[in-house]
Design a binder for this molecule. Sequence first.
Ligand SMILES: C[S@@+](CC[C@H](N)C(=O)[O-])C[C@H]1O[C@@H](n2cnc3c(N)ncnc32)[C@H](O)[C@@H]1O
Length: 225
Amino acid sequence: MKPLPAQAQYDRLAPLYNQRWGAYTESTLRATLDGFTLRPGDWVLDLAAGTGELARRIADRPSPLRIIGMDLSRGMLVRGLGWRVQGDAARIPLASESFDQVLCTNAFHMFPAPEATLTEIRRVLRPEGLLTLTDWCDDYLTCKLCSLWLRLTDPGFHRAYTVGACRSLLEQAGFDVVETRRFKINWLWGLMRLVARRSEPGSRSGVPRSAPDGDAGGHDAGSRS
Ligand SMILES: C[S@@+](CC[C@H](N)C(=O)[O-])C[C@H]1O[C@@H](n2cnc3c(N)ncnc32)[C@H](O)[C@@H]1O
């Protein structure tokens, strides 16, 4: 199978990644972990873990830390900590129903097969397991413009989503979206954070939409349910 362009791209970027993207990573991971709870004994998969900054930030949560970082790029992974696995998010090389939580930050826009990726995330989650997804949000005009630019110039970029489009993908893949939030970290980058629970056949919770499509609002929009 042909390697994805993101692999070589991030192998090249890896030595400079934390230096170049440190401030961005700090802001987005802080927002991702705001309200994130881990129960003792939870197994966590950090999908597209990069240099493992997320694991570093939850290393002081209930111990022992049971987190596996998975990423396409070996160059990024070697800078991480703990258990790490190389692989494509659309073919997760890990056992079914082995995680209580999956986190995926700043990477969903790179996945060329988002439906297959969500199916895989659902497969590795235990029933009622949670996915927390943070990524660029095309509800913001600045991000929409960046998306257009990146589509032309960045081989690793696939597409960014609005909250509504991301919610639809999640629901079609068998998740109940339980929380959505939109936020800006500076004038340029607008992001979204969605939390979704693996739904079981016949048990859809019918959680009401917490951020209607197109309600991008200002610097801080969205809600929790
Ligand atoms: C912008 S970095 C984000 C890293 C980390 N999640 C963070 O927030 O600091 C995107 C990461 O996604 C990884 N990636 C891209 N496409 C992938 C895929 N199909 N499967 C797994 N990882 C992928 C890249 O190798 C890179 O490490």
